[in-house]
Write a protein that binds this ligand. Sequence first.
Ligand code: EPZ
Length: 426
Amino acid sequence: MNDIQILGEIPLYGELCTQGSKNAVLPVMAASLLHKGITVIENVPRIQDVRCMVKILEKLGAVVSWQDHHMEIDAAHLTCSEIPLDYVKQMRSSIMVLGPLVARMGQAVTYYPGGCSIGKRPVDYHVKLLRDLGITVEECDGRIEAKAEKYRGTGLYLDFPSVGATENAIMAAVGAEGETVIHGCAKEPEIVELCLFLDEMGAQTKGAGTDTIHVRGMEGKRDPHYHVCGDRIVAGTYLAAAAATGGEICLTDAPVSYMKSTLRALASCGCQLRTEEKKVWLKAPDRLKPLPFLETEVYPGFPTDMQSVFLALLCMAKGDSVIRENIFEGRFETAGELRRMGADIEVEGRQARIHAGGRLRGANVTARDLRGGAALIVAGLAAEGETVVCHCEHVDRGYERITEDLSLLGARIRRRKNQEEEHPVL
Ligand code: EPZ
């Protein structure tokens, strides 16, 4: 049982430090396999997906030490090149280990991660790019085997700017002889962070953050040190929670330059915002404005990972909003749970229309995925009465201390320990 209990309608006030970014640290941890030495990573968030990635690295023979938010990965002696199916099932983004592992070991085995509640999430772009790089990739019964003693850099082309496939291609290209030029790349901040890390390691990249990235192999070898940037989605989630509850908060360590589209959307809802380099301050309006049309796009557009949270936030506006989800085909699952809280949301294909009256009522709801679970917590903070969000293990994959953080901002929120404590005083 991993439920979170919330007493709603309490405005959030205060200041909070933003945790390290899940989607930046995971590819960097995978890339540590490219280095026959020690990688030091600071500001590592203590979240479930990182724990899973540690287990994968240790399974491959790396020695990982992790105290508080400081991690050291010694990948000098790898002993295995297969990622166990159990770990793949726990974390679909384990696919990003394939590229660095085959670059380092000359071979790698993993499995199809399979879909999740937000969509089918195939890995065909990943497989295509590795094959185009001259790596043999065999697929059989859900098993993926990559092999290549040596391979030369070349031109690679992405049909869609997939974040994970771009990351995999960059890491595989570090193992190629000569230069690789990748066209049609994702421009997400996590790609920029990965390339900063790879350059620190001794690889040579150019163009991260644009749609064309040049990669050359390692020149010399030095133990890389990397500081994980703040998590732009966690920061956006907490700002939305303050907006939904009529509060006023300040976030430190926030990657403000990576959050422009989210901050623009919050301002369009009537929030007052002020930013400094790593700080963002938000004051909610008395009444949130609806958004006539908001659509998710690849970076620098509005992030798909903020869509569920805004679905919840816009239920607190007065008037109709429309959200279009362009990235994942099944990412409106949370609408059904919000309806249990009194939301009036119509979903048609990739579009959701929210007929909002500015109120939600507490209910027992179920998290089905990471960001959907976070959205239900935001809804519970704003709703009248008590909300219990069940299966918050999904949320713990990406949020380090969501109940503690929100409690620091004045929320009445706690983990419900077991059945006996159905109605403790919050
Ligand atoms: C990354 O997933 C993030 N995960 C996701 O965050 C994020 O939502 C997504 O990028 C988009 O920004 C991590 O960084 C660990 P994609 P990824 O490849 O790489 C399709 C979260 O909540 N596709 O850019 O898997 C895919 O199905 C997570 O933190 C293929 O068809 O995303 C989707 O529709 C959720 N074939 C679209 O492309 C492929 O081979 C975008 O996926 C790969 C992807």
